[in-house]
Each structure stands twice: as C-alpha cells, then as structure tokens.
Design a protein around this ligand. Sequence first.
Ligand code: 4AD
Ligand code: MG
Length: 454
Amino acid sequence: MTPPSDSTRPAGPSTPPSPEADPPPPPATVRALPGHVGGEVALSGWVQALRVHARVAFVMLRDGTGTVQCVAVRSQLSEEDWALATTLGQEACVEISGSVRADARAPGGHELALSGLRLIGPSEDFPIQRKEHGVEFLLDHRHLWLRSGIQRAGLRIRAEVEQAIHDFFYERDFVRIDTPILTGAIGESAGTLFETDYFGDPAFLAQTGQLYVESACPAFRKVYCFGPTFRAEKSKTRRHLTEFWMIEPEVAFADSDDNMDLQEALICHLVARVLERCPTELDLLKRDRAVLEKVRPPFPRISYGEAVERLNAGGRDFEWGRDLGAVEETTISSWYDRPVFVYNYPKEAKAFYMKENPDDPRTVLCNDLLAPEGYGEIVGGSQREDDLDRLQARIREEKLPEEAYGWYLDLRRYGTFPHSGFGLGLERTVGWIAGRPHIRELIPYPRLINRLTP
Ligand code: 4AD
Ligand code: MG
C-alpha cells in the first residue's frame, strides 16, 4: 500500500516510474505521521533530547513540522546503531527510520519504533541546555535559541499573523505597495532617525512607509505597505525595538471613524485567525484563550479629553496636552476587557501630517489603539491633513526641512482628497496575542539599543 502523500511538502517534478526499481518511499514528516501508522518511514531532523536506559533509549526528534519520540530497543539494533543512538548530542542532525505506531500516551499521539539511523550532522556541547539561562545569553545565541519550543511557537504565530494581514487586505481589494527603506524625508519625528551616508548626502532609514503609501491612494484608492521600519529610540522597554515591522493601510475618502472601523475589523480578524490556526502554540505559551475570545467588535472609543478627565478623577495629576505614557495607557486599558481606541489627541503630542479637528483645533483627528493587559499602543492612525496651507504651516511649526516634502505637498496640489490610514506594529500585536512579556521574542533577530548581533 502506498502511504498517503505528505501534504506538507510541495510535489516535486514527476519522473516516469521505472519498471525495475522500487520507488523510494516519499519523505515523511512528523506532522504527516497519522497517515503512516503501521508503515515504515525515514524522518530527518534534530535531536531535541535523549534519554538512555540499559536496554532502551528515547530520542526526541524535531523536524520542523513537529516532534516525535523514537524508541530504540537495544536487542533489536546492531551494536553500531545502538552505540550511535545512545551517544547522540543535543541538536545533532539525523535520519531515523522505523515503523510508526499510534500511541495515545506518546507526546503528539505517535511514536517511531527505531530500526535504523544515520548521522547527518554531529553536535556536541550545544550551548542552550534544559535549564534557566539569562536573557542576554539567550540573545547572544539567538541563532540557536530559535529552535526552542517557546520561540518556535511565538514565531509561528507571527508568521500566521503576517499571512492573515495579507489575506485581510487582499480580500478587501487593497493593493500592496512596497515603500522605500532609504528615504530623504523624515516620516515621523526628527528625534529618532537613523542617518546614513548616501553618496555624500544624508539618507534616513524609513520610520514609516506612510507618506509614500498616501501617494498611491489616487492610483489605487485602497493600498497598504508592510515592511521593516526603524527608530533610533533610546527606549529600553519591553515594547521597543529599533527595527520593527509595520503594516500601514491608507484609504481614500475614509474619515477618522472609518479608520477606526478598519482597525477594529483587522484586529478581530487577526485574533480569530490565531485562535483558529494556532491552538497548539497558544497552549504551549500558556496563553489564556478566554481573553482573546473576548476580542470582538465594537471596541470602546474614548476621546483623549475624556481619558484625561477620568485619569485625573482617579487621582492622577495628568496635564492636558502631554502624550499618554505607558503608565496611563495601562490604566486606561484596565477599564475595559478588549482593545480600546483613544481618539483626538492634542496637536502637540502627534505628528505633523494629522488633520486638524474642525470642532476643536487644539486637537487632531487621530487615534491610538491600546491593547488589553497593559500591552499598550499597538496601532496609531489618523485622518491626514489634506489642506495644503495647513500642512505647510505644520511642517514649518515642526521645523522640518520643507524642501524634502515638496513631493508630499504635491498630493495636496493635484487633486487633494480626504484620506486616512494607520500603522499596526507587528511585534507589539503578536506579543499581545501570544501573551509574551517582551516583544524581542516575536522577531527572529531583535535589534535593540544595545544589540546588533547576531
Ligand atoms: O504610532 P506610530 O509612530 O505611527 C506611524 O508610524 C504612522 N506613520 C503610522 C501610519 O499612520 N501609517 O507607529 C505605529 C505603530 C505603533 O502603534 C506601534 O505598534 C509600532 O508602530 N511601533 C513600534 N513597535 C516596536 N518598537 C518601536 N520602537 C515602535 N514604535 C512604534
Ligand atoms: Mg504612535
């Protein structure tokens, strides 16, 4: 009987079957083991752990699709194979053949009765042991730490969220626009720029793709960009990276309320997708799913002014005009059981491109979305200033180099239009969904103020 094909691998180029030779069995993976029960397979992977007794040894094999226990019985193996099986180093790469048994007691529900093995790549003294290591040590060994269970779970959720983001926008007819990383204009604020030399002139690593993505609205109406962004922020907190990934949609003829509706729909879509597709990962991370199941529309919306009043009524002494900090954000989010929008911040607390609020010109039509459980701001968005004179005045007020924004101002000269958009920080969003304490674990290679390697 031919074992069922392994759905996790793409089909290779087909070769005509030779009448003489038996075709080799298709390569199996741990994830596909349920389709191989009773059959023989060869699995390639890495030795996650080894337990050796006098007559039996247990090799935990991880192949990237899952982990399976392989049972080596001394009396059933050659001397050589037994010697190899019982001296495998942690993270050695091996090919293990054997027959597949279903066993409810085995982790994952299946087990391999080992009949042969081949060493592909030896490993001795793997630096990360099954004990507590300091975080700096783990970050120094990030290239090896990626293999551990918690890290794999977090990064798999990240990959699912990335895919879910693309699906969400694709299904809603957004066109993806890739924006430049090397830029000549300041996107957000002058204080946090990484500057580099561009053939004798200064260039900046993009803080945002927003200004560019705005320019694509008249071409495609609904657009988004998704890429790495950079902030030379000297913040050493659990929610700051110097390089992070941001998703930035921009929609023509959408106002600030429409903008919040879109954020709400996106967040609900992402959370539902992770609940549906990553239950194993959430369990491994001990994430309380009940908290995520509450993430449904509508999200509460509170103006900045109301939030300040309520903070002060609760004993704070928070001055109107300041940006909300982590402490205030945590307090505000503790009032609700789902993400909360805080809208219409004072002009001075926000970036130059936000549209003045016609009902209260001290404020701008913008919002932050605060995640529950103290995870803070995961999205920042606004309606954009579409009036040429007001935008120019704001650029001057902020003392930004006007000549660098000539092209951006052109968007207000040639068919200006109401539009809104937002930026969702990928690592902060995934950190919250996965319930991890620090966002550095939700990016394969975190860049932090004191860390550029590995
Ligand atoms: O609020 P920010 O600075 O907004 C913008 O960059 C706008 N141009 C977005 C837009 O309207 N198109 O950043 C947006 C989000 C934040 O809410 C946060 O989730 C994330 O980006 N973020 C960071 N994530 C990790 N480390 C940092 N240093 C971050 N700074 C911002
Ligand atoms: Mg912000």
